[in-house]
Design a protein around this ligand. Structure first.
Ligand SMILES: [Zn+2]
Length: 488
């Protein structure tokens, strides 16, 4: 068989003030047929590598096409979206025929001219390939599952875990289902159940951990090929924004519908428990101060992984005001500070104005006197899974008792080596504060006695009822109304 693979990934925060353009997609990549070699440290390269290996194992021809991703920001510029989309489609057209086309997409990409980029790409791919080829799609759970995606694709599999540690595994599942379908050994039919909810669903704690197990249990039933939960991306305003369950059965529409509905109801019935209720900064610092062990605090609202600027320093300011010592804080996106410190040199002590630069969500900047302890050019950190994530030129600053990481490529803080890679010893630290909503848990849990998600000020507010949706079709969703499905 002939297998095609491509990827175009970004998660669009439609409320973010800055656009996503060519520079955003150039922080790593784009990769034109070389994601599995030049981009093997990137998640696109890891996944393309998984598919390439499986195709080689099975003796199939594998065409590795265009892969690119950008850090979440505002809508992608239409000309950039179209240019990348056409690169993928041109190669699909030129190198036909294909039995299977595999796409690694996010599912929440919005351009300045299109609310559903993934549905658009897949619809155009279908028009090129015709009805015979199988189209398989791997999506991030923070996606807007749309009718256009379901219409165009044969198989859609979502990453199940948040943190998204299972993307290689889900990529393998997608490949296997698509190859069996192409060989006529199964006939995937999909059903989408709308939970009519907007929410935030980490899977490392209950009740989501149990709900993920229940989805996996449903997948072991005869005739069920795949069950996914589309968490939705609350900060992307599109007609289809919201939480949905997708089930795929083998030729049995009613089975797909009954499984999607069953899992959808199981999630819906726990909706009150699933609502995030995080302590504010003062309460979190108080709790951390009284804890005898190592506490990791998450600056949840200023997570660049959701399109936030990562330069709101409210939590750092509060830590300094509280006299917190033996602490680390990272990573702040402030290229100006990095440049100033690189110029001053390691060992310099100088006044700096840190953060608060990008817009109202950044809050006020922080004026400090800091000592430059280290500078690393092209710093990276461990990502989720085997990939690494660029942080650009970065500095370690000592401000009172706190070791602070400032970076020049915007990303969330995934891993302790964001700190240790600059020389910061985390072993004696009592408090480590990170800019991440939940992904940090995968790599920080092993060194933490307690993880506290903090309701900080910033772009990613968790009061979902108050988000100013203009395009979202269903305005009567939970938690804006208590029981939109009328289940009591
Ligand atoms: Zn995600």
């Amino acid at each position: 068989m002939r297998v095609f693979a491509a990827g175009l990934i970004t998660e669009t925060n439609t409320f973010a003030p800055w656009p996503t353009g060519r520079r955003g997609f150039s922080e790593v990549g784009p990769f034109r047929g070389d994601a599995t070699t030049r981009g093997r440290d990137d998640e696109t390269g890891v996944l393309a590598g998984v598919w390439k290996e499986l195709a080689a194992r099975d003796g199939h021809a594998f065409v590795e096409s265009f892969f690119a991703h950008a850090q979440p920001s505002g809508p992608t510029l239409q000309r950039v979206y179209e240019e990348y989309r056409e690169e993928i489609l041109a190669e699909l057209r030129a190198r036909q025929p294909f039995d299977v086309a595999l796409f690694f997409l996010h599912g929440a990409m919005v351009s300045t001219g299109c609310d559903d980029c993934e549905g658009d790409i897949l619809g155009r791919a279908r028009a090129i390939l015709g009805p015979g080829a199988k189209i398989g799609v791997l999506l991030d759970p923070h996606c807007h599952l749309t009718p256009a995606m379901i219409e165009a694709a044969d198989v859609i599999v979502l990453i199940k875990e948040y943190p998204h540690v299972d993307y290689p595994e889900r990529g393998r599942e997608l490949y296997e289902i698509c190859m069996r379908a192409a060989a006529g050994q199964c006939h995937p039919v999909m059903h989408l159940f709308d939970c009519r909810m907007v929410g935030f669903y980490p899977t490392t704690t209950e009740p989501m951990a149990g709900l993920v197990s229940r989805m996996k249990e449903a997948e072991r039933r005869p005739g069920v090929l795949s069950v996914s939960f589309g968490h939705g991306f609350p900060w992307g305003d599109t007609p289809e924004t919201g939480s949905k369950v997708l089930a795929i059965a083998d030729g049995d529409r009613r089975l797909a519908e009954s499984v999607a509905t069953e899992i959808g109801h199981a999630i819906y019935d726990r909706r009150e428990t699933l609502l995030p209720r995080y302590p504010g900064i003062a309460a979190a610092l108080d709790r951390a101060g009284r804890h005898p062990g190592v506490v990791v605090l998450a600056d949840t609202a200023d997570n660049s992984g959701g399109g936030a600027p990562s330069d709101n320093v409210s939590l750092l300011r509060a830590m300094l005001q509280a006299g917190v010592a033996n602490a680390a804080y990272g990573s702040i996106w402030d290229p100006v500070t990095v440049q100033t410190c690189a110029e001053a040199g390691v060992g310099a002590t100088l006044p700096l104005r840190i953060g608060g630069k990008c817009g109202p969500a950044s809050g006020d900047p922080l004026d400090v006197v800091a000592t430059v302890k280290a500078f690393v050019s092209d710093h990276t950190q461990q990502d989720l899974g085997p990939s690494r994530c660029p942080m650009g030129d970065s500095v370690w600053l000592r401000i009172s008792g706190i070791d602070v990481v400032v970076m020049s490529v915007r990303t969330q803080t995934f891993s302790p080596d964001a700190f240790t890679g600059l020389g910061i010893d985390l072993a004696p630290k009592r408090i480590i504060a990170v800019k991440s909503s939940w992904h940090f848990q995968a790599n920080f849990a092993p060194i933490a006695d307690e993880l506290i998600a903090v309701a900080t000020p910033g772009a990613l507010q968790m009061n979902f009822a108050a988000i100013d949706y203009r395009k979202k079709r269903d305005q009567e969703f939970f938690p804006r109304v208590p029981d939109p499905l009328g289940r009591g």
